[in-house]
Design a protein around this ligand. Sequence first.
Ligand code: GLN
Length: 459
Amino acid sequence: MNLLDKQESIKNHEITAADNLDQFYCKIEKDNTKLNIFLETKIDEAQKIADEIDSKINKGEKVGKLAGLVIGVKSNINVEDFHITAASRTLENYLGSYNASVVENIKDENGIIIGVTNMDEFAAGSSTETSYFGYTQNPAAPGRIPGGSSGGSAAAVAAQMCDLSIGSDTGGSIRNPASHCGVMGFKPTYGAVSRQGLLDLAMSFDQIGPFASDAGGIALMLETIMGFDYKECTTIDWDVPDFSNLIGPGAVDSLKGMKLGVVKQFLEVSDDDIVDIIEGSIDNMEENGVEVVELNFDYIDLCLATYYLINYVEFFSATRKYDGRKYGHRIEEVCGEEVLRRIHTGSYISQKEYSGKYYKKALQARSLIRKEITKLLKNVDAIAGPTVPKLPHKIGNSLEPMEMYAYDILTVIANLAGIPAASVKAGEVNGIPVGLQFQAKPLEDAKIVQLMAGFEQIR
Ligand code: GLN
């Protein structure tokens, strides 16, 4: 059943919130030890909320748009009384002392938060292997990584442990695991969703966004978490679109006349079997009325270096608060190798004599990339291409840092430019999911939802 229908069924007393929760909790009890998706769950609390929602519905009282739906939250987003560790030993004893704005939004709409999910330490990774609490298994491709850094949130939806989840995306951390786990993941326009209560990785890139198994679920969560937040100065004051209206059997018609750009270089950097699937999906959309144009992006080789340089500097700055005084551990003393690499390199680049040489240059490169991608988007509704250029590796294969970073080449662009982007399952290579990425102009998030909704009808 799709999520919009399920939401209706809960509101119409056909399914109770308590039963919905129970079914997911059974799945968690059965498989979480093996898959390591949730780091912490609170079933008693969740049951209480489910009962309250059912009683409201029974009394005919109005309930919110997530009423009775079960939700997982990445463990770098504050949820009161949960261990918000960002999967780091640094924060192993930190209990969320308040709810992030997005968590408040979810609760206001009567969503039931069941638990917090595994991730790469401080969101710095693409595989969920760097978690202090151990790796997460990919439910859709056993024995392989789920992608990252929001691997737990993507896997939670793929393993049917919750209806919806949220994660954070700094350079692809929603879209990458969505692609590897075969679910949908959406990174909103920068500033469309409040970051208040999110532990920063690199604040000029970070955005919170949803995972779901269908476009209806994405629409519901976007409507819930998007919008101006007086507590967060980078949020945009705009009219949040009615995303749910774009969903339904008619969505396929909205593909007609849409203009999609396909960037030659995005295909060139991707493995052949991934390109085959993506080209098949684009042909399929073309047969359903989409107009396809070829585009060129000449700065692909600049993207990873620009992204990682800025990421290191911003992350170094963000970590200065973990000096041991408030949270117990000094980050450098207990963190993993990748986090330490970013702190050391970020500190080096931040020094005055090197800032001009590296950081300022990276900012210039970022402007150039943003300008180029904006130019390409001017003549199309969206850009379509692979989300990740490679399939997820097998757990236990250890990758060099540059090999790990290479997973991100197609996702960092949207963060560098602040544009919305999402991944939807396009197909499989030997049973391993492959994601199709859509990117659009700032605040045209609705166009991407429309494409996702149309594509899921013809896939
Ligand atoms: N893999 C990228 C990084 O390590 C992206 C991480 C993210 O989006 N949180 O920085």
